[in-house]
Design a binder for this molecule. Structure first.
Ligand code: UD1
Length: 430
């Protein structure tokens, strides 16, 4: 099993190209199955969750071809199954996007109940509520969600919680329903807007994405399209915090600064310099980091997917900081690992009370999930001595070439498989 061997202490310096947004690409790839015509998608990140989605699409009969590493050509003209239940698909949360896509186009879908990161109870009641409001019968049987309808009819749907996944799923199904659907209290994340733009590029009629009311006038059919996925807000934010924590100077390139405003604001509050240009942001960390408080919220609030990364920074900042997790109830599991590296953090319910310490020290740690795994790597990059990070398959779910991009910024990080490899790494960089 591969692990990351890390020697901390080097400030990260340089430029890093940010890839396409995983959480936009997943529903966009699923939505490609909503037309019989060919769809060309650019800026698709080469990460494990995406490859699982592509495999699931192939399994139901979608022709999938890469024209280069980040360009995917899909044709769903010969779908032979409306059942997605292979082992891999159960492991990604985004498998549920096949529901909205297939139900919209074929009025029938059966998809294995979603997995994904273990960060708390991840209900799908709002997805089901939306599909039912459109006229589908939905049952959960033998580990599958099954939805069927003679026809889907537009409806007025009020979401009880702000949910990215449910908003996108209902939007996809409603795109091919009869009449008008209005989703109230919809999620406003950039990837919701990206999926709406993609569906519109295929002939859908969706207005209001990016606000909390989305209006979808159903159309009869969707056609082929060429589309480029937006940059990954969370990958960019992760490198911005890596700069902060390692006392570095990093420019994240190929990004949309507007999507990163809540992250930029927090970096300024804790004492970093942040300079924005049209499609890049430079983060310079030259002063001691200061404490602050943060609460995760739906967009445009501070993203829950950046909570572990900011906690890693605050645990190194002077004074006491409070981090409140308001989206997922079980998202502080990595704190035990960070404590082993010297952090002083007390978790009470959905709140972490952090007393800043001067430094981390390297340790053997495990990545508990995708974002926490990346955050622990950042901590290790700033730590005194060596760290071995286990379970990096979680990190590979959502970060393309993570260790290579970090190496390019001057980090001592390598993939190792055995204790002997780790010893060799120590000798080489020691
Ligand atoms: C997506 C992202 C994930 C991110 C999250 C919040 C993907 C693949 N994953 O997850 O990285 O952390 O948005 O930005 O895009 N909820 C319900 N009922 C539902 C649906 C959700 O109660 O039917 C609750 C969840 O338990 C959670 C909150 O709503 O407390 C937000 O979840 P949601 O926005 O749906 O997250 P995901 O789409 O699963």
């Amino acid at each position: 099993m591969e692990q990351y061997a890390i020697k901390g202490g080097n400030p990260l310096v340089g430029d890093v190209e940010i890839g396409g947004a995983k959480n936009a690409a997943l529903p966009i790839l699923a939505a490609s199955a909503m037309t019989d015509e060919t769809v060309y998608i650019d800026n698709v990140p080469d990460v494990r969750d995406i490859n699982v989605m592509l495999e699931a699409l192939q399994n139901i009969g979608v022709a999938v071809k890469h024209s280069d590493r980040h360009k995917v050509i899909l044709n769903a003209g010969n779908i032979h199954s409306l059942v997605a239940e292979n082992e891999a698909i159960k492991k990604i949360r985004a498998s549920y996007y096949l529901m909205g896509a297939l139900l919209g186009k074929y009025k029938s879908a059966e998809v294995a109940l979603p997995g994904g990161c273990d960060i708390g109870c991840r209900a799908i009641d709002q997805h089901i509520k939306g599909f039912r409001a459109l006229g589908a019968r939905v049952v959960i049987e033998h580990g599958l969600i099954k939805a069927k309808a003679e026809r889907l009819t537009g409806s007025h749907i009020y979401m009880d919680v702000v949910s990215v996944g449910a908003t996108i799923n209902i939007m996809m199904a409603a795109a091919l329903a009869d009449g008008l659907t209005i989703i109230e209290n919809s999620a406003k994340e950039p990837h919701v807007v990206d999926v709406a733009n993609f569906l519109n590029s295929m002939g859908a009629n969706i207005k209001g994405a990016g606000t909390d009311v989305i209006r979808i006038k159903g159309v009869n059919r969707l056609h082929g399209s060429e589309y480029t996925i937006i940059p990954d807000q969370i990958e960019a934010g992760t490198f911005m915090f890596a700069a902060a924590v390692t006392k570095g100077d990093v420019t994240v390139k190929n990004i949309i600064p507007k999507h990163l405003e809540s992250i930029t604001a927090k970096l300024l509050e804790i004492g970093c310099e942040v300079k924005e240009a049209e499609d890049c942001i430079r983060v310079v960390s030259s002063k001691p980091l200061r404490h602050t408080h943060v609460k995760t919220l739906p967009y445009p609030g501070f993203p829950t997917d950046m909570q572990p990364q900011i906690t890693v920074a605050l645990a190194l900042s002077t004074g006491t900081s409070i981090v409140t997790e308001s989206i997922f109830e079980n998202r502080f599991k990595y704190v035990d690992e960070l404590t082993r590296m010297g952090a002083s953090i007390k978790v009470e319910g959905n709140t972490a009370i952090i007393d800043g310490v001067g430094r981390y020290t390297g340790a053997s740690i495990s990545a508990p999930d995708l974002r926490a795994g990346a955050a622990l790597v950042i901590a290790a990059l700033s730590a005194e001595g060596f760290t071995l990070v286990d379970d990096i398959r979680y990190i590979e779910r959502g970060y393309e070439d993570f260790h290579l991009k970090l190496q390019n910024l001057g980090a001592h990080i390598e993939l190792v498989e055995t204790e002997k490899d780790f010893q060799k790494f120590k000798l080489r960089v020691g």
